[in-house]
Design a protein around this ligand. Structure first.
Ligand SMILES: Nc1ncnc2c1ncn2[C@@H]1O[C@H](COP(=O)(O)OP(=O)(O)OP(=O)(O)O)[C@@H](O)[C@H]1O
Ligand SMILES: [Mg+2]
Length: 414
């Protein structure tokens, strides 16, 4: 059934290791989006965030999108799709140019040239740049400039966060989307999308780490002064926790997953000693009763390992003390009891669980950490929609069309 195409709607498509999720959203006048359709399907074609089976991925994308279309009562044709996986790399880079505009006033052309200079990093043939995110500008001696347009100077410098990915991995995501009958409007790094969905503006200013723990990967992004300073994907997630439970309790994988979701706790100290759980056995043996603390003792070391790796990644990149506003955990695995508490112990910082905000419409349907990436993709798309959408005008001040390209903490120049 073909229904009217609604071009101004935005679709976020999260191709995750556990589930594929599509969100159809309408941009709101003052920023944010109204969710009008949600669809999800179990994902079987990915391993650790990377597409390894196109056919099953295409099938799950079709299902998720059809469900979201049905709910929204529209037909969609283009999506903002997320990418993740161990092939992702990120670096900070800088570019310097002489201001060439008349009267030495910084023009958009100068900004573009500076960003071009900054993105000229050495990458091998099999990799491509997927993001170039400006962090801060310097005009002559004035540093920390967010909006250089119109300033006077002879020298313009920009610092950017550059994210690169393996061409084949990105191609496999795009191919899956295309084969499901959709075009890709943009490819977005998943933790950048999650950050869009769950962070408050003041956190992004002060410095915050968002950690999205999914099934196959843990994605992180560090934001500060309204910009992205570090991103990374660790090939470890909730599936590893379930696997540990299956092995540790000698129970089938599906039961381990169910036990984890229902009774799991990431911090053993939070589990009362007298609580027990029934554990199904393998090989037709009778179910056993076990202390819930034993279950937690299996889970805690794995979740602790994940947070320790995140902490190590941040200090390796030199950002161990950058998150003044603390840590936000999100993704399906953050739903488990004790996850924020354990993270607080590892990072020695305040930690909260992040659920998608800045959304209206069917907001309740997506108010779960599981939907952070998908909602974030829609929010990212709304922000990128550019001159055609009315609400971007309200954030662009007097800078007009050109200025708009640089406004906002994700004001990306490509
Ligand atoms: N209530 C719960 N308690 C504990 N874990 C949960 C709960 N609900 C979901 N999970 C876990 O969350 C994980 C899936 O999270 P999510 O949906 O964010 O992953 P994904 O986006 O598909 O995967 P990835 O981001 O790694 O590609 C699974 O490991 C699942 O077991
Ligand atoms: Mg995910």
């Amino acid at each position: 059934m073909r229904r009217g195409r609604t071009p101004e709607l935005i679709v976020g498509l999260d191709v995750g290791t556990t589930k594929i999720c599509a969100i159809v959203a309408a941009p709101r006048l003052r920023g944010g989006v109204d969710v009008v359709g949600v669809g999800a399907a179990p994902s079987r074609g990915l391993r650790r965030g990377v597409v390894v089976n196109i056919d099953s991925t295409v099938e799950a994308i079709r299902q998720a999108v059809a469900e979201a279309e049905q709910m929204a009562g529209v037909e969609v044709s283009a999506v903002y799709v997320g990418v993740a996986g161990g092939h992702i790399r990120s670096v900070n880079s800088r570019g310097v140019v002489a201001v060439s505009g008349k009267d030495r006033e910084v023009s958009q052309a100068d900004v573009d040239r500076a960003v071009d200079a900054a993105r000229a990093i050495n990458i091998s043939q099999d990799r491509e740049i997927i993001h170039v995110l400006p962090q801060t500008f310097m005009v002559d001696d004035a540093d920390g400039v967010r909006e250089p347009l119109g300033m006077s100077g002879v020298r313009l410098e920009v610092e950017v966060h550059v994210v690169t990915a393996a061409v084949t991995s990105v191609q496999n995501v795009i191919r899956s989307v295309n084969r499901a009958g959709l075009t890709v409007q943009d490819v977005v790094l998943e933790p950048i999308a999650s950050a869009e969905a769950v962070l408050y503006p003041d956190e992004k200013e002060l410095g915050v780490v968002v950690i999205d723990i999914g099934g196959g990967t843990t994605d992180l992004a560090l934001l500060r002064d309204g910009a992205v300073w570090h991103t990374a994907i660790l090939p470890l997630g909730g599936d590893h926790v379930s696997n540990d439970v299956a092995v540790g309790l000698r129970t089938p994988m599906a039961d381990a997953e169910a036990l984890k979701k229902r009774y799991g706790c990431a911090l053993t100290a939070l589990v009362p000693a007298e609580e027990t759980v029934d554990v199904p056995s393998v090989g037709g043996r009778k179910p056993r009763q076990l202390s819930r603390q034993v279950l937690s003792e299996i889970i805690q070391p794995r979740v602790e390992e994940i947070f320790t790796l995140v902490a190590r990644e941040l200090s390796r990149a030199g950002f161990q003390d950058a998150a003044t506003a603390g840590v936000v955990v999100t993704g399906g695995s953050s739903i488990m009891q004790g996850v924020p508490e354990l993270a607080e112990a590892v990072f020695d910082q305040p930690v909260r669980r992040g659920v998608p905000g800045a959304v209206g419409g069917l907001a309740n349907v997506v108010k779960s950490p599981m939907y952070a990436t998908a909602v974030g993709l829609a929010l990212y798309g709304a922000r990128r929609q550019g001159p055609t959408s009315a609400w971007t005008d309200t954030t662009s001040g007097t800078l007009g069309r050109w200025g708009r390209r640089l406004v906002g903490w994700l004001g990306e120049v490509l």
